[in-house]
Design a protein around this ligand. Structure first.
Ligand code: BGC
Length: 861
């Protein structure tokens, strides 16, 4: 008898305990054993009791928000009854273990899925690796690096018992007033899509295989919260279907179709009058039926209640709960009353049981798929691989720093050598090599200020290059140091570096979604400088790390200190730290009505610069700031965003020249707040009229970033061989030669909403890039497309491909891009995706600015 029973269980299809069965089958089998209450319980999420600090009160009743809440009878009993399926923000392993122990006491013992905002590393947990923020990662234009970070984050999460991250944030951020820009991959749909896809691959494993090292990702926020009305988080969005599909949806399409993301989170905002949490067109027709999403949808934090309280759309919260389930939300984040409301609606016949089975079934399927039922309890042991992960964090910080201006003052002390910030992730894992440089005298410290030279000084006529390139003479052919030269200050006399500013020595460097960390785990800019510039005299004024502490007296002190220094480094910007007691200016729910340096930082910068010493602005920020004065008046600007726990080292290495900066802007930097929204992929008519009282163009364009080396682009070429594949696209010169027939033009998609799937390459574009500077370095080659005329107006250009290439000094590489029909499609006047016949311009070069791009034409008959 016993033998037979074992046999039935072990080969048993339909046994949810059989780990060899597919997740979907196990979920179905388990559902059959569950009561209505247990099923709705799976749809309920609670914040972990210890997350809410004592004394701050709980956002939901019955939880007193103290450490003792682990023993809170009401919540504990709910878990024991199987009425809770998920928690978020379990900050300690001890708490995660205690909660799972309670779940084991429930009738079916279904484990809890514990989620957390691991946005740039598992950064809400003390001791986990804090990578640079998403906007930094976007600046690397290095998707493989983003995948590695996702994989490392997943490993650290699992060790803490966390199997679900509310990341990546796929909002396309097109308004810098909105405080969440720093947790996004920027303003461009293609860049956000690529970074999002690789991030999900890293977190979940490719093909969502969730092997032992992975966790469930969450594509958020559906949709269009990145350009809220007036720049305020959660404000309404009114947008055309075209704008929705061309700008905001592509990252979600890629997350679902290419990366098979396991969960999606709805956005706070309404779209065209319907709040996203109650929008059945968005959550069912588009997400499920059209995009084929097969995971589950979680609400954002108490946003279902806000269908009533904030949107005034549902007359009360019970109605809000019911409408959200009807619309397609599968899990409620977080709190009481949802459970009772949903059960009531099922019992009254308003919500069909089928809908509950669908929601609970998807949640269970994900729990099975990620291995939660077989997972060991989280470990209290120290994190594995912590050192290797910190090295990745350092590499990412190095790659992400964007040099916006340099009149020759950087790298600071020219006896350090410039090392590469790497070409491939693999090479970055090694210590940055010193560039091959010949013996040369060490230039004096006080490098004379040099005017910004015209682009022609640096580039071939074929490619005008970056208009902002710094002085060719100082960097071209004048090696900075002998090979293996000692790093640090020029030994001939001691130099004084004045490091000043509220962000110089604070954990602001970690960005939003990071818990305060032990100081020993964070390298601030000041610490990085101290380590990097050994022997230099370092004078400081850091205002206790608080922007609000800057006052007139402090500014005068800064002016005096600047006067007696040799070099001034002002570390200013914003503060996104959500756990700061006060003084936060950026991050979630920290939106601004101006983009200038907050507080008295501008006055501080001006006072320091007035001393007449070479002045470098290190901008540490979670949004695009307006820096018109700084651009004119300081010698160099490094936009370091929020570069994470190793960021201070990376910044110091870029200052010294040990690392050659290679980041590029993933957003347009506006001249002033009045310019927003300002994006590079605007329509032609956007600037047909100019502002009456100020310059109209942005300060720095999307895709822009300087190097200590310089890269020369050859003339690009387009392959003109016999066309292949179903689409027929040719360089203009080839059209006559091959006489393409109209029938040969790509077919219009029958699907109304989706972009056509990528077809084989229709042609290729190649360009040769040479590192003509004396230092090794990385360059991001960017390819944009312009559809010259179509049935609808088209953007002036759209990023369609990019490639980060690492080149040793003097080295060249050919970069080839395939041109696919997918790159040429638009959502036409008939509300369908297609490639419309006509002329296209391919633009290729070092940034989105016209002067940095070379053009090729192609025609579709
Ligand atoms: C944010 C989400 C986040 C959630 C949980 C919300 O306020 O909008 O992005 O995942 O909180 O922390």
């Amino acid at each position: 008898m016993i033998g037979i029973a074992i046999l039935m269980v072990s080969c048993g299809k339909g046994d949810w305990k059989d780990a060899t069965d597919p997740a979907a089958d196990r979920a179905k089998a388990l559902l059959k054993e569950m009561t209505l209450e247990e099923k709705v319980g799976q749809m309920c999420q609670y914040v972990a009791p210890c997350y809410v600090p004592p004394g701050q009160g709980s956002p939901y009743k019955n939880i007193d928000a103290t450490d003792e809440n682990l023993g809170n009878k009401d919540l504990a009993d709910k878990i024991r009854r199987g009425e809770v399926g998920s928690f978020l923000h379990c900050m300690t392993t001890k708490e995660a273990i205690a909660l799972q122990d309670l779940a084991k006491e429930s009738r079916l013992g279904i484990p809890l899925l514990i989620g957390i905002d691991a946005i740039h590393g598992n950064a809400l947990i003390e001791g986990c690796t804090i990578y640079p923020t998403s906007i930094n990662l976007a600046s690397t234009f290095d998707p493989e690096l983003v995948e590695s970070i996702g994989a490392e984050t997943a490993l650290e999460m699992r060790q803490k018992g966390l199997y679900w991250t509310f990341a990546p944030n796929l909002d396309v951020a097109r308004d810098a007033r909105w405080g969440r820009m720093g947790e996004t991959f920027g303003e461009d749909p293609f860049l956000v899509s690529e970074m999002g896809k690789y991030s999900i691959w890293g977190l979940q494993g490719r093909d969502r295989n969730f092997d032992q090292g992975h966790v469930i990702a969450c594509a958020k926020h559906l949709i269009a919260g990145g350009e809220p009305f007036g720049g305020l988080n959660a404000a309404p969005m009114d947008l055309s279907e075209r704008q929705l599909r061309e700008i905001y949806l592509p990252p979600f399409v890629s997350a679902i179709k290419d990366a098979h993301v396991g969960t999606v989170m709805a956005a706070h905002n309404e779209v065209n009058g319907i709040p996203c949490h109650g929008n059945s067109w968005l959550l069912k027709d588009l997400l499920r039926d059209e995009l084929g999403f097969d995971g589950f949808v979680v609400s954002d934090w108490m946003d279902i209640e806000r269908l009533n309280a904030m949107h005034h759309w549902a007359p009360d919260s019970t109605e809000a709960f019911v409408r959200s389930v009807e619309a397609g939300i599968d899990m409620h984040m977080q709190g009481d009353n949802y459970f009772e409301a949903v059960i009531g609606a099922v019992k009254s016949g308003r919500i069909p049981m089928k809908r509950i089975d669908e929601a609970a079934g998807k949640i269970l399927e994900m729990k099975f798929a990620v291995g939660l039922f077989e997972a060991p309890l989280p470990s209290l042991a120290p994190l594995e691989n912590a050192e290797a992960h910190r090295q990745t964090a350092l590499d990412a910080a190095r790659e992400s720093i964007v040099l916006l201006k340099n009149n020759g003052v950087l790298p600071l002390f020219r006896n350090g050598g410039v090392a590469s910030s790497g070409g491939s992730t693999a090479s970055l894992r090694e210590a940055p090599p010193l560039a091959s440089q010949s013996e040369a005298p060490v230039p004096p410290l006080n490098v004379p200020r040099v005017a910004v030279v015209s682009p022609s000084g640096l580039t071939t006529s074929a490619n005008p290059g970056n208009s902002e390139r710094s002085d060719a003479g100082s960097l071209r052919g004048t090696p900075l140091s002998p090979p293996g030269g000692r790093r640090g200050v020029d030994g001939s006399r001691q130099r004084t570096l004045f490091v000043v500013g509220p962000n110089a020595d604070s954990q602001t460097i970690l960005g939003d979604w990071a818990a305060p960390q032990p100081d020993s785990l964070v390298i601030t800019v000041l610490e990085g400088i101290r380590n990097e510039f050994l022997g230099a005299k370092i004078d400081t004024l850091c205002f206790g790390g608080m922007i609000a502490n800057i006052d007139a007296k402090g500014i005068e002190a800064a002016r005096r200190k600047a006067a007696s220094a040799d070099i001034c480094i002002v570390v200013a910007g914003e503060n996104s730290q959500r756990y700061s007691a006060f003084g936060r200016s950026c991050g979630e729910n920290c939106d601004r009505d101006d983009l200038d340096l907050p507080g008295m930082q501008q006055e501080l910068l001006e006072a320091v610069a007035s001393a007449g010493k070479p002045t470098v602005l290190v901008l540490m920020t979670g949004r695009a700031n307006s820096l018109a004065w700084a651009k004119e008046n300081v010698d160099a600007i490094l936009n370091v965003w929020e570069p994470g726990q190793m960021g201070g080292q990376a910044v110091a290495e870029v200052l010294s020249g040990k690392v050659n900066p290679s980041g590029k802007l993933p957003v347009t930097m506006p001249r002033s707040v009045g310019q927003v929204p300002t994006v590079y992929n605007h329509k032609h008519s956007q600037y047909s009229r100019l502002f009456a009282t100020n310059e109209t163009g942005p300060l720095w364009p999307f895709g822009f970033g300087l190097s200590y080396s310089h890269f020369v682009y050859s003339k690009p070429s387009m392959s003109s061989g016999q066309p292949s594949g179903p689409g027929r696209v040719h360089p203009r010169s080839a059209v006559a030669e091959y006489g393409l027939s109209p029938e040969a033009a790509p077919e219009r998609s029958e699907e109304s909403g989706l972009p056509e799937p990528a077809l084989d390459a229709l042609t290729t574009v190649s360009i040769n890039v040479t590192n003509e500077g004396p230092y090794d370095g990385a360059e991001v080659v960017q390819l944009y497309v312009r559809d010259e005329y179509a049935s609808v107006t088209r953007p002036v250009k759209e990023l369609k491909a990019f490639k980060r290439v690492f080149l040793k000094a003097g080295e060249s590489a050919e970069v080839t891009f395939a041109i696919t029909p997918e790159m040429l499609q638009c959502f036409g006047a008939d509300n369908r995706w297609s490639v419309e016949p006509g002329e296209f311009t391919i633009l290729i070069g070092s940034s989105s600015a016209d002067q940095d791009l070379q053009k090729l034409s192609l025609t579709i008959d």
